[in-house]
Design a protein around this ligand. Structure first.
Ligand SMILES: Cc1cn([C@H]2C[C@H](O)[C@@H](COP(=O)(O)OP(=O)(O)O[C@H]3O[C@@H](C)C(=O)[C@@H](O)[C@H]3O)O2)c(=O)[nH]c1=O
Length: 181
């Protein structure tokens, strides 16, 4: 597995080794030993999620203030632009964002550490988005940072306004969004 840096040192792109042959391909989508050896991170995943979305759907930017979730995310059908925003006050990259194109074709994964808000926009007709999390879903602790907050200034690759859930239309501004101390 190859580890590729992003603009935020704690956010990593992982490129699994792909074994192609006449039948198709094989890859290890997660291997605890390889993950630890490649990233130096000792994390335990407790939940696997799968969402499907249509073109132009934007989910995010989500985080849990208590029970923060580290997320290992990937796309098995389609393409998204995936974003992580550092919500940790003590971090040298506090308030910064990092993004990566993840697709079924490039087979890349993104490691989004606990303490980050996370979201993605779908760039294909549909996208199947799979992710592992280091803590359980806890809706009572959920928070949503507004996807287009001007202070954060994520450069989404969007020509038209995205489709958002009712919840994501109520995302908080950077100044109002709770942070990790
Ligand atoms: C995230 C999640 C949702 N749900 C339920 C709640 C709700 O009825 C339905 C849809 O939930 P949401 O609208 O919150 O789903 P969604 O907008 O896809 O939320 C996800 O967005 C991405 C960007 C993330 O980073 C994830 O952590 C998660 O917040 O699924 C669970 O049962 N377990 C879960 O872990």
């Amino acid at each position: 597995m190859q580890v590729i840096a992003t603009s935020i040192p704690d956010v990593l792109i992982l490129a699994p080794k792909v074994f192609g042959d006449a039948r198709g391909f094989f890859l290890e989508s997660f291997n605890a030993q390889t993950f630890k050896a490649s990233t130096g991170l000792d994390v335990q995943f407790v939940q696997d999620n799968h969402s499907r979305s249509g073109r132009g759907v934007l989910r995010g930017l989500h985080y849990q203030l208590h029970q923060p979730q580290g997320k290992l995310v990937r796309v098995v059908q389609g393409e998204v632009f995936d974003v992580a925003v550092d919500m940790r006050r003590q971090s040298p990259t506090f308030g910064q964002w990092a993004g990566a194109h993840l697709s079924a074709d490039n087979q890349r994964q993104l490691w989004v550490p606990p303490g980050f808000a996370h979201g993605f926009v779908v760039l294909s007709d549909t996208a199947d988005f799979l992710y592992k999390t280091t803590d359980y879903y806890a809706p009572q602790h959920e928070a949503c940072l507004q996807w287009n907050d001007p202070t954060v200034g994520v450069d989404w690759p969007l020509a038209t306004p995205p489709s958002l859930s009712a919840k994501d239309q109520q995302g908080l501004s950077w100044s109002d969004a709770p942070k990790f101390d």
